[in-house]
Design a protein around this ligand. Sequence first.
Ligand code: UD1
Length: 357
Amino acid sequence: MKIASIIGARPNFIKTAVVSREIRKEFEEILIHTGQHYDYEMSGLFFEELEIPEPDYNLGIGSGMQGEQIGKMLIATESVLLKEKPDLALVYGDTNSTLGGALAAVKLHIPVAHVEAGLRSFDRSMPEEINRVLTDHASDLLFCPTQAAVDNLAKEGITGGVRLVGDVMADTLEYNREIAEKRSGILEELDLLDKEYLVATVHRQSNTDNRENLENIISAFCELELPIIFAAHPRAVKYMKQYGLCRKLSNNIRLIKPPGYLDMLKLMAHSSKILTDSGGIQKEAYMLKVPCITLRENTEWVETVRDGWNVLVGSARAEIIKMAREFKPVGEQRDIFGRNAAERIRRCIKEVNAGLV
Ligand code: UD1
């Protein structure tokens, strides 16, 4: 069986790492990188650190308007799929590369498997929400990380091909936790003490492209006492420059380039709290037992909020400051995200292979 994995952005790489290792035990894999993320810090570094095999194709799509980006992906991926004739296309998460890949495959009648299926924020203004919904409805095999994801799909009438396998990001974290502790020297490099700093990331369109929201977030960060390691996504830097916010940063904020996976893992694990609008980081914070303050009005990872380890503050300045100072989780962590998701995915693909091809 030949599987074409289509990836393109940072969160896709983190998920692919463990799944690719598993499926190559039994199947042939062709790796197609759309080129959505192209900076070394956003792409190459992850391939090196997580030992992801060299892509067979890099489509070099790059940045652009949503329609332009997805349209180019569709055209380029289609021609690779026509040439390679895979038996299954594997896509991950909710990025434009996920939708571009799923659409190209389903139109060629190639069965699609979606890793991290069923997640919903119920916020249609997020590009990622549209990508999730459309990818799920185009998929034949839907690998869900949580029971909530399975329930979301059932409400949309999707029951066939749905498998609750757990979260592949939990596998990646488990695999790399000790490695990060040993190899990463980021705390020494930045002169940080355990639990005496905050980590922040901002990249959602609703927070970066909206001047008022970004100003609120940055001015809240400036009010805080603890050092903030601000691991800035290129999109955030672009808009901070545009809005003149780089000049206004107070001394407690340390703007750093997006770190690799191992440095980020170590930074998060030793931080006192995390402020983020990322989806993946919310659950990594939960798994690392670090309180998370989410700079969004909603979340796909409802369990982390329900268990008291994550609080949604949006871009409200006063609320960000208050929670960054006072938020203290009370509840216990549960095993929400499961274990060995990548192995389960390999087994499922094997089981349904006869029916799919
Ligand atoms: C994408 C995903 C998002 C994911 C995020 C993680 C979509 C719709 N969004 O958002 O789900 O959480 O990646 O990183 O797919 N840029 C660079 N260098 C790069 C990549 C991007 O400078 O290597 C800049 C460009 O200015 C670009 C902007 O970032 O215009 C946005 O990039 P894009 O790929 O459109 O989406 P992300 O915001 O990265």
